[in-house]
Design a protein around this ligand. Sequence first.
Ligand code: CU
Length: 243
Amino acid sequence: MILSWLPEDISTFGPSIDSILRLIIYIVGVAFLLAEGTLLAFVILYRRREGRRASFVRGDSLRQLAWVLVPVIIVIFLDVAIDVRAKPIWDLVKEKRPPAALTVKLQSLQFGWEFTYPGPDGKFGKQDLVQTTTLTVPAGRVVLLLLGSKDVIHSFYVPQLRLRQDAVPGREIPVWFEATQPGKYDIACSQLCGVSHFAMKGILRVVTPEEFQQWVNQHWPKSGGEPGKSASGTGSSLSRTEG
Ligand SMILES: [Cu+2]
């Protein structure tokens, strides 16, 4: 129901993220109905009536304290349950990164995005290609972003990828994703970062591996190499699509 309001999911780990969202929405949904239902019932049952006096409840008997302690214990139990359920998903998204087919450095700045692709040798520094606003990646390939910031804290957010990560000045934070569907998706900054924060828009352009190779050939016409391909030959799966 509520989850059908979410934007479409184009990430390989999206269903896992959505399952946690679903669990949290069910838990807080039931808690909301119970709490508001009790509040409403008490408002009606104990409304002001002629001849009835209000009582002053200090909460110093165990029976009265239980009204606080029991909900606290339930909330802590549910909190731990969510953590246990989310741990393998956290590991998948944040800890165990699969080998990347493409690595792109991403700098965020007031107010925009700058994407640096390594040269045909797969190394940053010499023949890098710098693109602003649009990040072009192949579908069905693991993309690693090395996320940094040139000024203040920003946050890389693509709802369709179920991916959000803060960019912190002075740090390079790796994030990975594998997009499943070609298309154009908005990149938003989800940390209030200044007066033009609202205009800090980028575009994630997901293309087929064949189209990506064409794009690479257009931008590196002499070498025809693959940006992001690891120098050791490991980690690149882009070339596999050619065979
Ligand atoms: Cu920003």
